[in-house]
Design a protein around this ligand. Sequence first.
Ligand SMILES: C[S@@+](CC[C@H](N)C(=O)[O-])C[C@H]1O[C@@H](n2cnc3c(N)ncnc32)[C@H](O)[C@@H]1O
Length: 393
Amino acid sequence: MWNAHITEEDYKIIPKEEWDIRDTIPQLAYLTHNFVRYYGKYIPPIATNLVKRYTERQDIILDNFAGCGTGLVEAKLHGRNSIGVEINPLGVLASKVKTTIIDPRKLSDTFMDLLQKSSLDISNLEEKNNEVTLSIPSKADFSSIDKWFTSKQINHLGVLRHHVFGLEEDDALKDFFKLAFGAIIRRCSLAFDGEVRPHINKKKKPRKVLVAFKDKVEDMIERMKLFSQETAKDVFTKVFQHDSRDLQKIVDDESVDLIISHPPYLNAFDYAPVFKPTMHWLDLKYLTTRKEEIRAWPATNKKLVDKYFSDLDKCLTEMYRVIKPNRKCCVVIGDCTIRKKPLATHKVIINLATDKGFKIERIISRKPWYTTGRYSYDPRALKLEYILVFGLN
Ligand SMILES: C[S@@+](CC[C@H](N)C(=O)[O-])C[C@H]1O[C@@H](n2cnc3c(N)ncnc32)[C@H](O)[C@@H]1O
């Protein structure tokens, strides 16, 4: 069903374009983009270029694999409305916090209070005062917690979690601090910071919990200040924790002006396991997410590959239903290799989309300029990243 059947001749005549984006990771991590490390996101200029090229102010953009909200942040910065759909609750939390403006003074006041209470509790804990309340994920939920964290880190994180989860402020403010807490989990664990899938780094000295939290929150507040100055105030960003294979209840027929779609890349990695420790500390449903997410790895399993493409096929049906006539639908995707054999995932997607009634109008390609670490997927497998621009027949 999913074998690429586009002919070489047909492929050749599709207009091509190359984007050469060489900004470094720090240059790309501006404003709220830097709030949390979400592995496997696209770089902001991909969204910026598509938003500027294919939409006007006040248009509605759908990002149906919103991840941590990169596309939604760019939409808001450029005065476009957006709808984000994402199955992973960590991505949903990040997408909301990165696009919700909060008064920095309110953030600073709450932060001072949080910090004071947490440092007092940590001092008490070190003096073996049993009065301190800890909030630690249960072993029933997170059985491998002792593998990833030293007992000292578990206790300090437990203190901070107790105060963050106990905040009685409104949801947006509480979510801001929850995300900051989630953002330090990897650094405070025994896992490599930079690897996509978590692996123990025997040489690692984990960061002190309160120092890491203080640095993170101070940086986030500064960025929130700038974001609120630079972003449009007259547009909405709606984020749904939902499955992109069925958008019936959340997106109307022919209602969006641009789709930017960035599904998991086949044979790269599945998302939930990458965030497992963070999701447990944030009390986000790891197992449910694992069951519901579109699986992309390992592609040596033929059933998984069939299911991956049939899942994308369902998403494309929905994308075709919700896009307005004469507007564009863009799919960002990388090819893969399976047992050293290349599979042109982007060509398969062109076939699936064409069968729905989409018309491939342009293929943009870019070479990623950095790779993601020792345990990540083979960077040679991902020579190019494609942006497939579809119109409607
Ligand atoms: C390549 S990432 C998107 C990253 C995003 N562009 C960003 O910059 O953060 C793919 C996302 O698809 C999500 N996902 C997987 N299955 C899904 C589904 N059935 N519905 C919605 N999202 C899903 C994953 O959790 C992951 O966040």
